[in-house]
Structure formats: structure tokens, C-alpha cells
Design a protein around this ligand. Structure first.
Ligand SMILES: *Cc1c(COP(=O)(O)O)cnc(C)c1O
Length: 388
């Protein structure tokens, strides 16, 4: 079973599992509660906060896809991160996180640390000396996010996990950008994988959800217990929708990536494009590590406009097939201006330090025809060039 490929696991999990009517597609169970077969006989599911068939199937599918022992489906990616730290951190414990982690992750860790729930240190994980110094402080948990947002920086997962193991720290990888189709952190030594399933896993920009998958059975039990305790678990409807989205994950990821390559080939020829950030480019500092630890480069990319702010605005305004919006990983192509959108909470100095230029644009390449996407970029750049 475990040797089956991701596309097969994503499509087949739960198919023909209905014993009542033999529905091929597993039905949705919205019931909040389940009857006890007899006095004192506890059923598999009793109350939906602690467990539900639809959530169970999604947990099974994602856990198998990531080669884990089990999973907990949460109501968003942020609550998966919150569940993880709630379950494993006490007031004296230290967590190390990337300085360029997802903004909501930064806010969560920072705010709870300020309340005294635990200690946090944000480090530049691509700076080996800084990372090593932080690990030497004996953290309880380490979060990796690779590739990172929006500059798609890459961290060597196996190397980080080995160092973490030496000090007894547990490592989680936020695998939202690549999904198990392109990266399997548990096989590289990580203890947990976290996803915002809102992104590629659901893939249709119509569900907010999350998951935490653990390699170790006892960690799964701990997370399940805490998930029920703090009420972090996902709803049956969202789980049903997410499993439906997951069915096509493998083919979507492949197509997203093919189109990203077509866009990159074009962007490299465009005069108004400056530095391009994507791990597939040999000039990208994380190219070799990405090649070694990923089975695909993914389809999130960023680039700087080699021109004025007015030209950037004209370019974005002329696009017809790229929606100006946050989030990522859906079927529709998106363009985002990190400095005024996803990363606007950061001060100008903090943005500069993180390498986020005001002329940077981030693209989530969708599943429209790639020739149409390239043509759209072309016409928008042409109009932008006419702006002084
Ligand atoms: C979106 C995102 C999150 C947060 O997930 P939500 O579902 O929005 O709570 C965490 N990490 C990464 C990398 C993300 O892109």
C-alpha cells in the first residue's frame, strides 16, 4: 500500500468505503454526534470535534502521502501551527523559526511568546553560523519553511534535522509550497509536516484548512488529544471538499510546474524584468539543495520589475489573467505585490532586511493555458513600457 504513488493514494483513499449503499465516492457525514451501539460501548466516532469519518479519510490520505504515522486535520494552516506549539511547548521551552516565515506564523509565535507561553527566536536559516548558534541553545522545536515566501529561499532539511537531533529538538516543516508530490520532509528526517491545505492541497481557493502530520505514533496521539482539547479540528464539510480537491493534486502540481517553466522562460527575455526568484534557476542560491531534496521545483515564483513603480502599477493593472490577490496554490493565476499586500505589516526596514523590494512581484502560476498566460504578461509589459 505504502509503495503506491501519490496520484494513486490521492485518488483512491476512501473510494468504495461506504458499506451502507456502496457509494463509490465516500458520503459526507455532517452529524455532530454518533450513537453508542450499547451501554458502555464507545463507537469509533462519538462527537465531531474529536473525530469524524470525512476528517478521518482526509487524515488517512495526507498521512499516507507524507509517509507519516497519522495526522490531525485543523480548521486552517495557522491552527495546525498553533496546535503543534500548544502540544509541545511550555513556558521555559524555546522554538526556532525562520525570520522569513509566513507572516501569520510570525505573528502567532511572536504574540504567544510575548504572553510568556514559550520563548521564540527568529533566525536566518540560510545563514549557517546564525542557525547553528540558535540550535546550540537547545530548542525544543524547530520550524522550517522551505521554499520560503516570497523569495523561495531553500533550507537543507536533512542537514537541519541532523543538527536538531543532536540537541533533541523536534523539527516541523511547513510544506505548503511543494506538497508531498514534490517534497517529503519526514523521509528527510523531520518529525512533523504542516500544511495550509487552503493552498495547493485543496487547490481551488474555496476552503480554509490545515493539517499536521507526525512521523511518530505517540506524537499523533498527543496531537489528536490536543486538537480535541483546544478545538482546533476541521469541519466535515471542509474535509469533504479538501479530499475532493486532493484527488487531482498530482496532475495539478505537474501542470502548475510546467506552466511556471513556460513563464520563467519568457520572463528571462523581458527587458522590464530584473532579478527572478525560482529554485529551478541555476543562479538561485538554493538550486542545488532544491534539486537534491525536492522532486520538483514548484510553481511559486517572484521577480523584480526593472523599472519604475509607475511601470509596475501599469503592468499589474493591465493583466487580465492574473488576479491581484493574496494566497496561492489555486487553479487561478494570482499576482501579489508583497510589499503592499502579504508583507505590509513589516516595516520598510524589516522588508529591506528580508530582501523584499518595493519592486518585487510574486506569482502563483495557475492552470490556465500557459500560452495565454505568457501572452497576457507580454501585452501588460508592452503597455508598462509606454509609461515613462
Ligand atoms: C497560508 C499559509 C499559512 C497559513 O495558513 P492558513 O490556512 O491561511 O491559516 C501557513 N504557512 C504558509 C506557508 C502559508 O502559505
Amino acid at each position: 500500500m505504502s509503495s503506491r504513488k501519490p496520484a494513486t493514494v490521492a485518488v483512491r483513499t476512501g473510494i468504495e468505503s461506504d458499506t451502507q449503499y456502496h457509494a463509490v465516492v465516500p458520503p459526507i457525514y455532517l452529524s455532530t454526534n454518533y450513537g453508542f451501539p450499547a451501554f458502555g460501548e464507545v463507537p469509533q466516532y462519538d462527537y465531531t470535534r474529536s473525530g469524524n469519518p470525512n476528517r478521518g479519510l482526509l487524515e488517512q490520505a495526507l498521512s499516507e502521502l507524507e509517509s507519516g504515522a497519522g495526522a490531525v486535520i485543523t480548521n486552517c494552516g495557522t491552527s495546525a501551527l498553533n496546535l503543534w506549539i500548544s502540544a509541545f511547548l511550555g513556558p521555559d521551552d524555546l522554538i526556532i523559526a525562520p525570520h522569513d516565515c509566513y507572516g501569520g506564523t510570525y505573528r502567532l509565535f511572536n504574540t504567544r511568546a510575548q504572553k510568556g507561553d514559550f520563548k521564540v527566536q527568529f533566525v536566518d536559516q540560510s545563514n549557517q553560523a546564525e542557525f547553528d548558534a540558535a540550535i546550540a541553545k537547545n530548542p525544543k522545536l524547530i520550524l522550517l519553511e522551505t521554499p520560503s515566501n516570497p523569495l523561495v529561499r531553500v533550507v537543507d532539511i536533512a542537514k537541519a534535522c541532523q543538527k536538531a537531533q543532536e540537541v533533541g529538538a523536534l523539527v516541523a516543516v511547513d510544506n505548503t509550497f511543494l506538497t508531498p508530490v514534490y517534497q517529503k520532509p519526514l523521509l528527510l528526517g523531520a518529525d512533523f509536516v504542516i500544511h495550509s491545505t487552503t493552498k495547493y492541497i485543496n487547490g481551488h481557493s474555496d476552503v480554509i484548512g490545515g493539517v499536521i502530520i507526525a512521523k511518530d505514533e505517540t506524537h499523533v496521539e498527543t496531537l489528536s488529544w490536543w486538537g480535541n482539547c483546544i478545538g482546533a479540528t476541521g469541519t466535515p464539510f471542509d474535509s469533504y471538499m479538501t479530499l475532493r480537491g486532493l484527488r487531482t493534486l498530482a496532475v495539478r502540481m505537474k501542470m502548475h510546474e510546467e506552466s511556471a517553466q513556460a513563464l520563467l522562460a519568457y520572463l528571462q527575455t523581458e527587458k522590464l524584468v530584473g532579478t527572478i526568484y525560482h529554485p529551478s534557476l541555476p543562479t538561485h542560491p538554493g538550486h542545488d539543495i532544491a534539486k537534491a531534496q525536492q522532486s520538483g521545483f514548484g510553481s511559486m515564483l517572484s521577480f523584480e520589475i526593472n523599472g519604475s513603480m509607475e511601470q509596475l502599477k501599469a503592468f499589474v493593472g493591465q493583466l487580465e489573467l492574473f488576479s491581484l490577490a493574496e494566497s496561492l496554490g489555486g487553479v487561478e493565476s494570482l499576482i501579489c505585490h508583497p510589499s503592499s499586500m502579504t508583507h505590509r505589516a513589516m516595516s520598510d526596514e524589516a522588508q529591506q532586511e528580508a530582501g523584499i523590494s518595493p519592486l518585487l512581484l510574486r506569482v502563483s502560476v495557475g492552470l490556465e493555458d500557459s500560452q495565454d498566460l505568457v501572452a497576457d504578461l507580454e501585452q501588460a509589459f508592452k503597455k508598462a513600457q509606454e509609461v515613462a
